[in-house]
Design a protein around this ligand. Structure first.
Ligand SMILES: [Zn+2]
Ligand SMILES: [Zn+2]
Length: 386
């Protein structure tokens, strides 16, 4: 006689469950009830929309494109603003979020390793993965975000995450409520309703953006491009492109594609608050599109019954080879041209002078830095002596 051991489900994370239940209940019942009895005005609507934007963009421009993917660099002020916005969005610390997200990219669709694998269905990838300890062994493992541990803003937010979350979620709506004159109304709308909407907007990127849409750049994973999803996810709907070119600061690469996160990053770079914006090479993007199209076309051809199927497949391959060869040749020439241009610049007397100046400054700065550190060391000794 044998007994089957029932498959044990991971433990429920009650804190997360309660946060989702309480916030959704207040948003679904409390918000309309208060509106029915006391009413809302434009102030409530504008504040709520602005707060949704602040939470959303802190996640997309900050947690996602800056910290998880290092698609650009931003100054400390911008990073602090993102860190507070991320706590306001109640999506765990940037360190934790980025760690999860890097695993997602590295093991996309792997049901054992991808923290929010879309292959496990809509519910799991949307919210279910946060309700039980599915990957408890990883919760304190931050070995894939060692670079972020060197960012003092990230570590400050990680250390004080709970305090920052409570302060932002009660403090910001309360402050707006005092200014506006309706504290309870603002706590409900810019507080609870904003949080629930902002949560699900981000969650849709893990669920819907892996289910619904096209795959122009890659068919090897479930990520999809969807202009409609981009409309309410601050541009993150172009998820198929993103999974293939994850270090690009853009998700919607065409100028007309709705990607306010990309516009914000551009704006920050124009005013000098961000730099080193990474863009994928246009030819590489073309190559990815060509390869994907080739895969789709050969798959389609293989699945239909045509008398001249073999000839068609052969010419498809010949066309593909010739086009991609041209693209690769173009890419090579472009690189050569850029290198030649750089060389020419460095050989000019003005460039030589700049290089010389740069080297001099480097040495000077090093000396200055050592003096500065020694000075602080002396000060520290003095403090200790008192
Ligand atoms: Zn994804
Ligand atoms: Zn990503």
């Amino acid at each position: 006689m044998s007994f089957d051991t029932p498959s044990k489900k991971p433990k429920i994370i009650w804190l997360n469950v309660l946060v989702f239940i309480i916030t959704s209940t207040v948003a679904l019942i409390g918000v309309p009830l208060y509106g029915y009895f006391y009413g809302y005005d434009w102030g409530h609507l504008i504040a709520t929309v602005l707060c949704i934007g602040y939470c959303g963009m802190s996640i997309t421009a900050g947690y996602h494109r800056l910290w998880s993917h290092k698609a650009y660099q931003a100054n400390a002020l911008v990073r602090v603003i993102y860190a507070i916005g991320g706590a306001f969005a109640v999506q765990n610390s940037a360190l934790h979020w980025a760690s999860d997200h890097r695993v997602h990219h590295g093991h996309v669709d792997d049901n054992d390793k991808d923290p929010y694998s879309a292959k496990k269905g809509f519910w799991y990838s949307h919210i279910g993965w946060m309700l039980r300890e599915y990957q408890a062994h990883r919760y304190q493992d931050y070995s894939n975000v060692k670079d972020l541990q060197r960012d003092p803003v990230v570590m400050w937010q990680h250390k004080h995450y709970l305090v920052l979350t409570l302060a932002a979620n009660f403090g910001i709506p309360l402050l707006i409520g005092v200014i506006h004159g309706d504290i309870w109304g603002m706590l409900l709308t810019a507080g609870f309703l904003r949080l629930v909407i902002s949560h699900h907007v981000t969650f849709f990127i893990n669920s819907l953006a892996h289910i619904w849409g096209s795959q122009p750049y890659n068919v090897k994973n479930t990520a999809r491009d969807n202009g409609f999803i981009a409309l309410f996810t601050f541009g993150e709907g172009y998820h198929n492109f993103h999974h293939h070119f994850q270090n690009d600061y853009r998700n919607g690469i065409k100028w007309w594609q709705f990607d306010p996160t990309k516009w914000l990053i551009r704006l920050l770079s124009v005013i000098g608050f961000a730099n080193n914006l990474k863009r994928s090479d246009d030819t590489k993007i073309e190559l990815a599109k060509a390869e994907t199209l080739m895969q789709k076309a050969s798959q389609q051809l293989a699945n239909i019954n045509l008398p001249d199927k073999d000839t068609l497949l052969e010419s498809l391959k010949a066309e593909y080879d010739s086009y991609t060869q041209q693209l690769m040749d173009f890419y090579d020439v472009k690189r050569q041209w850029v290198n030649a241009h750089k060389k020419q610049l460095l050989e000019s007397p003005e460039a030589q002078e700049i290089v010389h100046k740069y080297q001099e400054l480097c040495e000077h700065i090093q000396e200055q830095r050592e003096k500065w550190q020694a000075f602080h060391q002396q000060l520290k000794l003095k403090y200790q002596a008192v």
